[in-house]
Design a protein around this ligand. Structure first.
Ligand SMILES: [Zn+2]
Length: 153
């Protein structure tokens, strides 16, 4: 199971199943940028499956589904999605986990995902960053602010 999603362009509509709303914000920003028809569905728990199945069954052909779900839910939900008629070409599931989060680089404005840890290096500009708990609505990511390593001034 992948931790990160892959962009699939050119679909009529995109459907996002999520459990933690922050997991798919980077994708959502991208979909809005290309003005895609997008719908978000919160999957609360496994009891949700019957309602989910009937909802998924009425989706139009050509709809692409992204699932951002915890490891514990992902297999049962993927089963429901396939029951509703989605094939492997129409869907992808990823389990970002609680620890995988998008970070916005204050220096070069790149958005990327990080594993846990307070200090990281930006993959774009190689800047040393400190990840804050400030969620940026504009960038749809946590703010990573420039941090001086010890000994540097
Ligand atoms: Zn950067």
């Amino acid at each position: 199971m992948s931790k990160n999603w892959v962009w699939v362009p050119g679909r009529q509509k995109y459907l996002i199943l999520y459990h933690h709303s922050q997991d798919h914000q980077v994708l959502l920003t991208k979909l809005r940028r290309v003005k895609a028809d997008v719908e978000e569905v919160e999957v609360k728990d496994r009891d949700h499956q019957a309602a989910l199945l009937s909802y998924l069954s009425i989706q139009k052909m050509g709809t692409y589904l992204y699932g951002f779900l915890p490891e514990t839910m992902i297999h049962s939900i993927a089963y429901v999605v396939k029951e509703a008629g989605f094939t492997d070409d129409d869907m992808q599931m990823c389990a970002p986990g609680d620890k995988h989060r998008p970070v916005f680089c204050a220096h070069c404005h790149a958005v990327f995902f990080v594993e846990p840890g307070d200090e990281i290096t930006c993959p774009e500009c190689r800047c040393f960053l400190e990840v804050s708990d400030n969620w940026s609505v504009f960038h749809q990511a946590y703010l990573g602010s420039y941090s001086f390593k010890e000994g540097e001034t």
